[in-house]
Structures are given as structure tokens and as C-alpha cells.
Design a protein around this ligand. Sequence first.
Ligand code: BEZ
Length: 253
Amino acid sequence: MTVPPPTQTWDADRYARNAGFVAGLGSAVLALLAPRPGERILDLACGDGTLTEKLVAAGAVVVGVDAGPDMVAAARRRGLDARVMSAERLTFDGEFDAVFSNAALHWMKQPDLVIAKVRRALRPGGRFVGELGGHGNTAAVLTALIAVLARRGVDGVARSPWYFPTPGEYRERLEAAGFAVDSIELVPRPTPLPTGMAGWLETFTDSFFKPFASEERRKALDEVVDLLRPTLCDSRGNWTADYVRLRFAARLP
Ligand code: BEZ
């Protein structure tokens, strides 16, 4: 199976500035994982390692992987065992008691391949626990992106790097791969954006704006912000993104 090259550039400093809040919102999925001392855990798409550190603090033996070299370098600076590896190309075989993933699986548009690699990485009885953007996630933002690109004759749906499944669809994929699903639910979570919508777009929407030179890109980004202001910005200028999480826990027999 071919894996398309990533369309998003991951810059650890830019991420920390505009999206450092993401890991802080991971406490519910960490609680669902309930890491135990001595367990071997794979943190899939560990980013800069903020949550990986929490797994280590719980006494687990943790390997973090991420497709972004800059993120892996940031995780290593925390003293973590972090490796550059994409989820689609995981090489682990029967090594982990659990695979954990926060705010990353929605960037992976070949979910069956990823789930199969996770399955292979786990020991019998191993858990797969994660949280990703679910159906309806950032719907207003995505609609605005599609509209602004359409004004320029570009297909924003085709350029979207995101996969936001329903619980029913993701459950089916997990079960087809041999997992038993203990829980799976959509959780609406309006999320304040500390650096506003412009900072969020600058951090996460590279693939939508690849066709444009820098001046046109700036104009298009401003148009997206203007479209979203009436619904996602309050009267004091505070922005909130329309996040919807899909949180699940599954296990192998
Ligand atoms: C999310 O965490 O839901 C998300 C982050 C960046 C882009 C799209 C969605």
C-alpha cells in the first residue's frame, strides 16, 4: 500500500506557541488509558512529548514515535525515548501492552493501515486507547476553508488532510482488525484558542494553502478568519474552536 507524503510541516516552536494547549486537554484520554507502572506503552504520534512525559511519570516504559523530526527532537530534549516513525510505517511486533494516541489519528487518512500496524505492535490482550477529531470536528473551520478555496477554483475537500470518523465507522474498523471495543463516544469540546484563529490556521492548515504564493495565502487566510469571526469569536475578541473529540478504548483478545 502506498503512503502519500505528509502535506503538513510540523514545527515544534510554532506548535508550542499556537497549540501547546492540546496536551493539557488530554487528561480524559490519559485517565481512560490508566497507565500502570512497568507497562510498555507506545505513544503514537507523540508530538513534543508533553503527554509522553506523563506516561513515564506514571511508571510506564514508554516509546514515543512521530513522523515529524522537529517534534521528535523536542521530545528527546525532554529525555524521552522518541523516534521518527510514521504510524503507517510502524515496525513494532508484539512489543507493547498499550498503544496510546492523542490528537493525531485524524491526520492519518489510511485508518485501516494504521489500525493494522497498531494491532501488530501490541501483545495479546493489549489495549489501544486514543482520542482524535471526530465527526463534525472543526466543522465551521473546514467549511470556511472550503469556501475560501472555492473562490479561487481550488477543491478544499480534496486538499483536506483530516479524517473525522463517526463512532460507528471507527468501531467497525477496530472490530474488523480484531479489537473488542470497550468504549467509543463523541465528546463536543469547544476549545479556547490562546493565539486566536489566525494562530491556529497558521499551525494546522499548510496543505490547504500549498497552491498559493505568500501574498495570496495571506489574503485567503484573512478571508477565513473574517468568515469565522461571527460564530467563533466573542465580543471581547476571544476565539473558540468547534472541536468534537472521538474517544475510544479497545483491546485485543
Ligand atoms: C484537532 O485536534 O481536532 C485538530 C487539530 C488540528 C487540525 C484539525 C483538527
